[in-house]
Design a binder for this molecule. Structure first.
Ligand SMILES: C[S@@+](CC[C@H](N)C(=O)[O-])C[C@H]1O[C@@H](n2cnc3c(N)ncnc32)[C@H](O)[C@@H]1O
Length: 367
């Protein structure tokens, strides 16, 4: 099968390609375009090589290294590099782990890890070929694990307890980032999250490494635990090495607890106003992608969100529109927006009582 995306024309052959991951590639290019200092990249799990090829051409890189462990896929990677006329590259039929251990003197400005399932087994070795400022972009398709359908697998893979409710996609994304922040700290790197999101069948985070003990500790101080009360709907979180609550602050019921996870920002302040424009300039980005990127960029950095249908159900009230809740909260000077993580949910810094009182007024037609 021949597949064209952005600047790349790809022959799939026996290598894997998923056209549904186009947004992951486009968003990475959109983010990287904001960092013109990127000169080289490692496409650590290449398959057809589409990422490295697009990064080479669309970011005008000086050099790209392609890795692919699978001997049946590798010839197609080589041939795609050639037909796309990539001049400055190296390609190896080798695992990321092996390459990073024998090439520790090589350092990359950008590293893309896009495996089948979890990126967890690839992160530690990739940190050996990183430097201060390296952009690490990684995908997780083990979303059932990260969203709590397989609690013990999440504990085993990421060392964290997931949330198995409507907060699962954001909690999973934060667990994934927290896992990377913890490993990065072992190499004296702190992290700054460029953009992180959950889309279709995968979660994706693009982070920047910042070297130094202090940076590493600053990142670890953004880790902690999230809480959800199934009885009254309260959600909360605490920063720290240990959970500090068992019972709900509002109604005293037993809480669902998840973590440890990253509780810092999911989008960099500088990136937020530029992301929409940047993705618009990515070759082949479509209207749906631009809209999605703009939505990510418009969400407040407040962790988690309230499901409005769940709250109205708990309150025994008829449903109200999320948009009216948002409008009401904005009118009271709170931050409020829909979230891409889950349908019908509102991300806000308003306390639960305020949201419930607004829902009551809206359902009685008093707002
Ligand atoms: C999901 S595919 C990559 C898709 C590609 N990045 C894209 O955007 O179309 C994952 C690829 O990683 C390869 N892979 C798995 N483990 C690897 C490892 N340890 N080192 C290098 N490549 C690996 C697989 O053979 C597979 O081709």
């Amino acid at each position: 099968m021949r597949y064209t995306e952005g600047s790349a024309v790809i022959e799939q052959g026996k290598a894997f390609i998923n056209p549904k991951a186009k947004f992951s590639r486009d968003a990475t290019i959109a983010y990287a375009m904001l960092y013109p200092r990127i000169e080289n990249a490692l496409d650590a799990t290449s398959a057809t090589g589409i990422r490295g090829i697009r990064y080479a051409k669309e970011l005008n890189l000086k050099n790209v290294t392609f890795l692919e462990i699978n001997g049946s896929a590798y010839p197609y990677l080589e041939s795609n590099i050639k037909t796309n006329k990539i001049k400055r590259f190296s390609a190896h039929n080798m695992s990321v782990q092996e390459f990073c251990n024998i090439s520790q003197q090589e350092k990359f400005d950008m590293i893309d890890i896009d495996p089948f399932g979890s990126p967890a087994p690839y992160i530690y070795d990739s940190l050996k070929v990183s430097h201060d400022g390296t952009i690490m972009a990684f995908t997780a398709t083990d979303t059932a694990v990260l969203c709590g359908a397989h609690n013990q697998a999440c504990i085993r893979t990421y060392g964290a307890v997931p949330m198995h409710n409507e907060l699962g996609h954001e909690a999973g994304t934060r667990i994934l980032i927290g896992f990377v922040a913890t490993l990065a700290a072992q190499f004296n790197y702190g992290i700054s999250v460029g953009i992180a999101f959950s889309y279709l069948h995968y979660m994706r985070a693009i982070i920047r490494l910042e070297h130094g003990n202090k940076r590493a500790m600053d990142s670890l101080r953004k880790m902690g635990f999230a809480y959800k009360c199934g009885k009254c709907g309260w959600i909360g979180y605490n920063i720290g090495m240990f959970p500090t609550k068992n019972c709900c602050d509002v109604c005293g019921s037993k809480l669902e607890i998840s973590g440890r996870m990253w509780l810092g920002d999911l989008i960099e302040g500088d990136v937020r106003p530029k992301l929409g424009e940047s993705i618009t300039s990515v070759q082949g980005a479509d209207a749906k992608e631009i809209k999605f990127a703009e939505r990510i960029a418009s969400e407040p950095n407040t962790p988690f969100y309230y499901s409005i249908p769940k709250l109205t159900k708990l309150m025994g009230l008829p449903s109200v529109s999320e948009l009216s809740v948002i409008e009401g909260l904005l009118g009271k000077n709170y931050k409020a927006s829909l979230t891409h993580f889950e349908k019908n949910c509102v991300k806000t810094d308003a306390p639960l009582e305020e949201i419930k009182s607004l829902i009551s007024s809206l359902s009685k037609g008093r707002f």
